[in-house]
Ligand binder design. Structure first.
Ligand code: CO
Length: 478
């Protein structure tokens, strides 16, 4: 191998975002992250992923933390390492399409508070829904010299998803002005030899760097990385071992040792990585003991390969069925999912399409008649409000669920009427809570969750102020 050209593979570390999202429902607080940041900064990672929709939501909803403040604190600590975030296209970090002014403002504030790379995806792979976020990132890059747009293809299987389809997507992404491409295999469906084929195809179709993101759920992920790296993939997403495997990513140390002394040698120091692992191990133990990390997410779940359903969707489904006292219908629902997916144009299953298809499948099974009832979101999907699917939707289902309704063909923001600037209205609605410009965006994405958080924040501040108050003179310090 010595005569081969060196092509070191980059490692993106996911422990501060996807790894804890996948294993402990995104509950890692900032105080666990900060003490190890300095050591992580000296590793030489390609990037550290630390922000996204679930981290944004969970930090306000459950941890009572300001996600923007977390980002600023991480930025302070990471002096040499790029910080990366995940961005849901026109839905930003939320659950509905926003007008372009919100997208632009969010991208600007993300970069201003510390993000370097924005990984943008759309749940239908309708790339028109990615353009505003890419343009916004390129605008900031021009102004600030910082900010990269990475477009993620939501990987899935089905008749429409041929190598030609992915090659064509890669070309379009390059034309859109993105800086790199990610294959986002949220379900762990990409098996090793298919990964080799796919990476080779993408490499032939585009000059952009290719990053691979997968989950260990189905048990094949490290083998997939091996074949993908041999085929020329540039960066792989890994998690430090205490937060690796199961529904999370392959372990960083394992991949580093796998490629050591090969042309793909990452150059990362295993001894330094062990120190990071040593730091997170007691926290992992704590999470297992408290039940936050369940053994259910740690093994191999072969059903994900069998039914092509992401692990997170399976666990959501189980809890939804439990609520209905219908856990015995699990197998039926599992078999219904691919049928519902076909009916609505065979979309990838990723937030929010995964929830939409999963919930509709449960309805179809529990109601005893398919599409007797449909959720509002499923109707919106049929109406074209999320954008266009690769395959046509079932006319029969459309006629049953939304008979006679207008169907849209525009990108999601236009299809849903979000064509005028939204921020001024949103700001007017929440101005009593505003302490920083970023608060307007938190409120825009999660109005209820943000309001609850703002109330909590105010109560905390008033308590602090009271303690500081000079009671003798009835005055507050200025
Ligand atoms: Co992921």
């Amino acid at each position: 191998m010595a005569d081969q050209v060196k092509k070191p593979v980059g490692i993106m570390e996911t422990v501060l975002r996807d790894a804890h999202q996948s294993l402990i429902a995104t509950r890692m607080p900032t105080e666990i992250m900060l003490p190890i940041v300095d050591k992580m900064d000296k590793i030489g990672y390609h990037a550290v992923e630390c922000w996204g929709g679930a981290t944004f939501d969970a930090s306000m909803r459950f941890l009572k933390e300001d996600p923007w403040e977390r980002l600023r604190q991480l930025r302070d600590g990471f002096k040499n390492t790029k910080l990366q975030m995940l961005f849901r296209g026109q839905n930003i970090l939320g659950y509905r399409p926003y007008a372009d002014d919100v997208v632009y403002s969010f991208v600007e504030k993300s970069v201003a508070n510390g993000i370097d790379v924005i990984r943008i995806f759309d749940c239908l792979n309708d790339i028109r829904n990615l353009q505003a976020a890419v343009d916004a990132t390129n605008k900031i890059k021009k102004q600030e010299g910082r900010g990269e747009a990475q477009i993620a293809l939501s990987y899935t299987l089905g008749d429409a998803y041929t190598l030609e389809y992915w090659a064509d997507m890669a070309k379009k992404i390059e034309e859109m002005g993105a800086d790199s491409i990610c294959i986002k295999d949220m379900a762990g469906l990409l098996v090793p030899y298919k990964a080799e084929e796919l990476v080779k195809t993408l490499k032939e179709s585009t000059k952009l760097p290719i990053q691979l993101h997968t989950h260990y759920t189905s048990g094949v992920a490290s083998m997939t990385y091996l074949k993908a790296v041999e085929a020329g993939v540039d960066v792989i997403d890994c998690a430090i071992s205490p937060f690796a495997l199961g529904t999370s990513q392959p372990a960083t140390e394992v991949m580093v040792q796998t490629f050591k002394d090969t042309p793909y040698d990452t150059g990362l120091d295993i001894n330094k990585l062990v120190e990071i692992a040593d730091y997170f191990r007691p926290y992992r133990e704590e999470c297992i003991e408290s039940g936050l990390m369940s053994t259910k997410v740690l093994g191999v779940n072969i059903k994900t390969l069998q039914y092509q359903v992401p692990g997170g969707m399976l666990s959501n489904m189980v809890s939804q069925l439990k609520e209905q006292n219908a856990e015995d219908r699990y197998q039926e629902v599992l078999e219904e999912i691919p049928r519902v997916r076909k009916d609505c144009g065979e979309p990838p299953l990723v937030t929010p399409s995964s929830q939409i298809v999963g919930t509709q499948a449960i309805f179809n099974v529990l109601m005893g008649e398919r599409y007797k009832m449909a959720t509002g979101e499923f109707k919106d999907l049929l109406r074209g409000n999320y954008g266009q699917t690769v395959k046509p939707m079932s006319e029969e289902v459309i006629n049953k669920v939304i008979p006679g309704e207008v169907r849209h063909t525009e990108r999601s923001a236009v299809a849903t009427g979000h064509t005028e600037p939204e921020l001024p209205g949103i700001e007017a609605e929440m101005k009593q809570w505003k302490q920083q410009d970023e608060d307007v965006l938190s409120y825009a994405l999660l109005p209820q969750v943000a309001t609850e958080f703002f109330k909590f924040r105010q109560a905390q501040q008033e308590k602090v102020d009271l303690a500081k108050a000079d009671t003798k003179n009835n005055a507050y310090p200025v």
